[in-house]
Design a protein around this ligand. Structure first.
Ligand code: IMP
Length: 521
């Protein structure tokens, strides 16, 4: 019998759609138990578009949509102002940690909100009394070649000069102060100047640095020619509609003192607050959530962490604008081992987001993201964004200095429930940042470890790598946007396959004597 071609295609398609499992069958614990990202794969789909046409727009909360689904974790080795600025410039958002005083945290938020691309808002400034020797040392350790000089030695002080490499280079007397060698005949820009006007001034004056001053001659920021030359544009930048300032998030705890902390953060211009608890289903978090929603109805609140529908229901009822999912899946985390409490992350993300999405509450998969594939899987399981600690740790924009061990350039990365982090929290004025202990605790019980990660370069390269990689990954599944992914997973069109242990081995590099794993150029 000769088959009619069109009906044969339809016939074949029916079979094709039966390969693999739909999401419910994959996550059904009767079949496989609790799942992690490595336990399954997504089956390929039909590619009908270029990967560059895949949209990664994602809901962070009910009211905030980002151009990319990436969030940096509120950890003291991951997100401070520099990270938050760059995450927002690159289309995601950074959540500034609260293992510091409320004033320090609010100041970081303020700097992110005041950030203007191309302007250096916190240049390294010196006072006129600093010696030439010290300037030479600063040049050697920081790499900068010029420093603005103010009467206070700080931004905000009266600008009295600028000292450049040329001023100190041939100076034999290292003990004289910079006031004797600095240039005090200055070309400055006035506060409010645009980047292109500043650029023009730099060119016409043939200077390398342009200090920006207010009406009283106080230094407010600086423009640098070298930065302008390598200036990137950031088409995906996350900005508020009205002010066009970068979006900024910050975390708080659930104690009474955190209410005062939040007031300072809101004054500084905060857009979204994360209530940071390892187990979000507590009366403390519910009370805090209700208080925030009544006091700041426009502030978006991400509540969590949760791993079950029951926990999610409590926080949705209390007013959460998004939920954060994960307990025990973080790369620095020993919660599951010590507390016997938590849930494998794949199962947790599916169950919580399947429930929360019905109420229009976006979900963030937090912890355990180790590569681009994990991001795709978290989104396929129902999350709309991912929060990353370890994957971003070791980049240039994280707090802390690089150090060398065994010939490798490393940076510290530690859990907020590690003894190291808790000791810092418990001994300073930031006791409210205790995510992992209560004030009555006599002995710290660690839920995290402190370690080190390898230098990953700048996130201005690393986030675009994640972005492009995720676009390619979704293209492979035949998906053109995160929303499209949601629809096609729910309808059963996107199919999944469980991976046996040997399938996981097969999926990794194997059989080589040696190799180098370079992830991007
Ligand atoms: P990672 O991206 O796998 O490194 O996980 C980061 C996430 O781990 C954070 O966003 C927190 O939710 C969680 N986390 C941070 N510190 C600790 C800790 O000390 N113990 C357990 N989980 C932690």
């Amino acid at each position: 019998m000769v088959l009619d071609f069109s009906s044969a295609t339809a016939h074949l398609k029916q079979y094709a759609s039966k390969d693999g499992l739909d999401i419910k069958s994959l996550v059904d614990s009767k079949n496989f138990g609790g799942l992690t990202y490595n336990d399954f794969l997504v089956l390929p789909g039909l590619i009908q578009f270029a990967s560059s046409n895949v949209s990664l727009e994602a809901k962070l909360t009910k009211k905030i949509t980002l151009k990319s689904p990436f969030i940096s974790a509120p950890m003291d080795t991951v997100t401070e102002e520099n990270m938050a600025i760059h995450m927002a410039l690159l289309g995601g958002i950074g959540i500034i940690h609260h293992n510091c005083s409320p004033d320090e945290q609010a100041e970081m938020v303020r700097r992110v909100k005041k950030y203007e691309n191309g302007f250096i808002s916190d240049p390294v400034v010196i006072s006129p009394e600093v010696s030439v020797r010290e300037v030479k040392q600063m040049k050697a350790t920081m790499g900068f070649t010029s420093f603005p000089v103010t009467d206070t030695g700080k931004v905000g002080g009266k600008l009295v000069g600028i000292v450049t490499l040329r001023d100190v280079q041939f100076q034999d007397n290292l003990d004289i102060s910079v006031s004797e060698v600095m240039t005090s005949d200055l070309i400055t820009g006035k506060k409010g100047i645009t980047l292109s006007e500043g650029n023009q001034l730099l060119r016409s004056s043939k200077k390398g640095k342009l200090p920006i001053v207010d009406g009283k001659g106080n230094l407010v920021s600086m423009i640098s020619l070298t930065d302008l030359q390598k200036n990137q544009t950031y088409p995906l930048a996350s900005k508020s509609f009205d002010s066009k300032q970068l979006l900024c998030g910050a975390s708080i705890g659930t104690m009474d003192a955190d209410r005062g902390r939040l007031e300072k953060l809101v004054d500084a211009g905060l857009d979204v607050v994360v209530i940071d608890s390892s187990n979000g289903s507590s009366v403390f978090q519910i009370n805090m959530l209700k208080w925030i929603k009544s006091k700041y109805p426009d502030l978006q609140v991400i509540a969590g962490n949760v791993v079950t529908r029951d926990q999610a229901a409590l926080l949705i009822e209390a007013g959460a604008d998004a939920l954060k999912i994960g307990m025990g899946s973080g790369s620095i985390c020993i919660t599951q081992e010590v507390m016997a409490c938590g849930r494998p992350q794949g199962t947790a993300v599916y169950n919580v987001s399947e429930f929360a999405n019905q109420f229009g509450i976006p979900c963030i998969a937090d912890g355990g993201i180790g590569n681009i594939g994990h991001i795709t899987k978290a989104l396929a399981l129902g999350a709309s964004c991912v929060m990353m600690g370890g994957l971003l740790a070791g980049t240039a924009e994280t707090p802390g200095l690089y150090f060398y061990r065994d010939g490798q350039r490393l940076k510290s990365y530690r859990g907020m429930g590690s003894i190291d982090a808790m000791q810092q929290t418990g001994t300073s004025a930031n006791a409210s940042s205790s995510r992992y202990f209560s004030e009555s605790d006599k002995v710290f019980v660690a839920q995290g470890v402190a370690g080190a990660v390898v230098d990953k370069g700048s996130i201005t390269t690393f986030i675009p790598y994640l972005y492009n990689g995720l676009q390619h990954s979704l293209q492979d599944i035949g998906i053109q946007s995160i929303e499209d992914l949601r629809t096609k997973v729910d309808s059963g069109e996107v199919r999944f396959e469980f991976r046996t242990t040997s399938a996981q081995l097969e999926g990794g590099v194997h059989g080589l004597h040696s190799y180098e794993k370079r992830l991007h150029n």
